[in-house]
Design a binder for this molecule. Structure first.
Ligand code: ATP
Length: 590
């Protein structure tokens, strides 16, 4: 298939943000795409080559891309840099420059999707000292044969700046319409996506064999499952209203969620956002098969740092010391952990997703052989508010964040946040209640003791409808000196020349960042704001929502992608909950 079909679709998609129109453009494209290459087309639309958990990264630096354009167009790199900085978009700058060139030369051959995809794949696989030259060679060969529009999109894809604002569910809507004739079937595609985390694979199956192929989509070892998520509750009473008479109360440990895939001796660990994190946990790989009574399995556990002498749980920050490229062995001995199993999704050829919590817990108790390293998550069946209070008290004394409350009859709902799992944290009892995970979008230079570092950070929520990061607060408290240094280091890699188009803020930061780093914040209240853009117009026309007295908790959420940050809807529901609480308090007072 000609790549021009994809490039033209991308071009018209850039001219709208309306979901219905975007869906229709994709339907038209998918109908023209042969099933053998639809997975490649879906990945390219997402600006990737493979699903994230496979870790195939293009990673072409802008400098190399500029050199490739310079080579193809026969124009000095400086001129291209200049055009880029004026417009802020390398793809568009390249398209314009190459437009002028093609008026005087002939193109040699049509480029196909297959060729673009294969070449980009080769680029991603290049490693070592000569890789930069080879990358340059491959990119130039594509640019030489590409039309200006095609070249623009190739450059956007390789420099990771294709921003179409199409969410996964828009792609699934379009696949459902194109291959099953009805958008209603999106939910079936979604289920397949939730168990495979691979939109390309789902697309290929539905394009080749229709909806029945999708219905039979199976859980399989080494394809991560999108995690089940919990809703917040503020009190045992609220939990009871949602859960009914009896439910399970598990400790909520403050560590990292790991999805463990195991077949014989082979083990892969995935994070909360399904990134492959096996390399950070060589101790799990080494020890875990001995603790499991199964040939193959997919399990979920919380990895928690512990004090080696006393066995006490330590805070999440301790665990994050393991997130490093080098000297992992040292980090493993310095920061020992335990693995605390809380769910099982697959065991010896059978999916457990449709089993109830009770049944899954029974299986878990059978297959986990507890020892110093591998544990079962402490669980108590509870019936009354007092019992919940007692378990909560014990959990907190043991160093936990709170409790996870789980419906006994509920199946494992992959990828869904619902009331079958509830989280009850200690902080929920005071002030705003919950902590929030926000994306660092900008920063302000520090003064006094903070000179030479950032004095305050500008933070945003994630709006999945528009794929944007509206600002919600500026935060300057809660930072230790070590944090300030760490932020300066981590964020300097993320600085952009211009504000990323997905950032939406009424404030002018001193520097803007690629929205990537997620940090945890607590605050006293959510208020209406004329400056901040979270939930703009949703509560009151012309106002967004902002945090009052925000404070950094000390946690950088390395395991979360910016799309996993707190969403606008969650802020609205916290705002509404806060209003209800004030009204109830007033009534009690009267
Ligand atoms: P999300 O709800 O989006 O995962 P989050 O990670 O900020 O966001 P938390 O408030 O931390 O949500 O609660 C869910 C997390 O709690 C899980 O992702 C998991 O890492 C952790 N956790 C600890 N103990 C348990 C448990 N017993 N069952 C399930 N999750 C647990």
């Amino acid at each position: 298939m000609k790549f021009s079909l994809v490039a033209e679709t991308l071009k018209i998609m850039e001219s709208t943000t309306k979901r219905l129109e975007l869906t229709q453009y994709l339907v038209d494209l998918f109908k023209k795409t042969p099933p053998e290459i639809i997975s490649s087309v879906v990945y390219l639309l997402q600006g990737k080559l493979r699903p994230d958990h496979e870790g195939v990264e293009l990673g072409v630096a802008e400098k190399i891309a500029i050199r490739a354009i310079s080579k193809s167009a026969g124009i000095p790199a400086k001129k291209i840099e200049h055009a880029y900085h004026e417009g802020g978009d390398l793809g568009q700058a390249a398209a314009k420059i190459l437009e002028q060139k093609t008026q005087t030369t002939f193109m040699t051959e049509d480029i196909t999707v297959e060729r673009v995809y294969d070449t980009l794949y080769k680029i991603a696989e290049l490693k070592g000292s000569r890789s930069q030259d080879m990358k340059l060679k491959y990119i130039s060969s594509l640019l030489n044969d590409a039309s200006p529009i095609e070249a623009g999109f190739i450059l956007k894809i390789i420099t990771n700046s294709l921003r179409l604002g199409i969410a996964d569910y828009t792609i699934m809507d379009s696949l459902a319409i194109a291959f099953t004739g009805s958008k209603e079937n999106r939910s079936i595609l979604e289920q397949a996506y939730n168990v495979s985390s691979d939109l390309g694979k789902v697309a290929a199956a539905v394009a080749k064999d229709g909806i029945d192929a999708i219905k039979n989509f199976q859980v399989s070892v080494f394809s991560p499952i999108r995690p089940m998520l919990a809703e917040r509750v503020k009190s045992p009473q609220e939990a009871h209203e949602k859960m009914g008479a009896e439910f399970a109360a598990e400790y909520k440990l403050d560590g990292e969620r790991v999805q463990i895939h195991m077949r014989e001796e082979k083990i892969i660990l995935y994070s909360r956002s399904l990134e492959n994190i096996t390399s950070y946990y060589p101790d799990v790989v080494e020890k875990i098969t001995k603790s499991l009574n199964a040939r193959e399995a997919i399990l979920e556990a919380e990895a928690v740092a512990i004090n080696d002498d006393t066995g006490e749980f330590l805070a999440f920050q301790e665990l994050m010391h393991r997130r490093r490229k080098y000297n992992i062995a040292k980090a493993v001995s310095q920061y020992p952990i335990t693995i605390n199993f809380f769910d099982v999704m697959f065991v010896d050829g059978k999916s457990c997703l449709d089993l109830s919590y009770k049944e899954r817990r029974n299986i878990l108790e059978k297959i986990v052989k507890e020892d110093e390293f591998a544990k079962l998550m402490p669980m108590t069946l509870v019936k009354s508010d007092n019992e919940v209070e007692d378990v909560l008290e014990n959990a907190i004394n043991a160093g936990c964040e709170g409790l996870m409350l789980k419906q006994l009859d509920a199946s494992y709902r992959a990828g869904a946040r619902g009331s079958n799992w509830l989280k009850l944290k200690r902080e929920y009892r005071n002030e705003l209640g919950d902590s929030l995970d926000l994306v660092v979008i900008g920063a302000f230079f520090g003064r006094g003791r903070r000179t030479g570092r950032y004095g305050a950070l500008l933070l945003g929520t994630y709006d999945d409808e528009t794929d944007t990061y509206p600002s919600i607060c500026k935060v300057g408290t809660g930072f230790t000196d070590e944090n300030l240094d760490q932020f300066y280091q981590i964020l300097s890699d993320k600085i952009t020349l211009k504000k990323d188009p997905r950032i939406n803020s009424g404030l002018e930061a001193d520097v803007w960042f690629e929205p990537e780093v997620v940090i945890e914040i607590v605050a006293s209240e959510i208020t209406l704001s004329p400056i901040h853009k979270t939930a703009m117009d949703m509560i009151r026309k012309g106002s967004g929502l902002a945090l009052r007295f925000p404070k950094f908790t000390g946690k950088i959420r390395f395991e979360k992608t910016p799309e996993n940050a707190t969403m606008d809807e969650e802020i609205i529901s916290l705002y509404n909950g806060q209003k209800r609480a004030v009204q109830e308090e007033k009534q009690n007072y009267i």
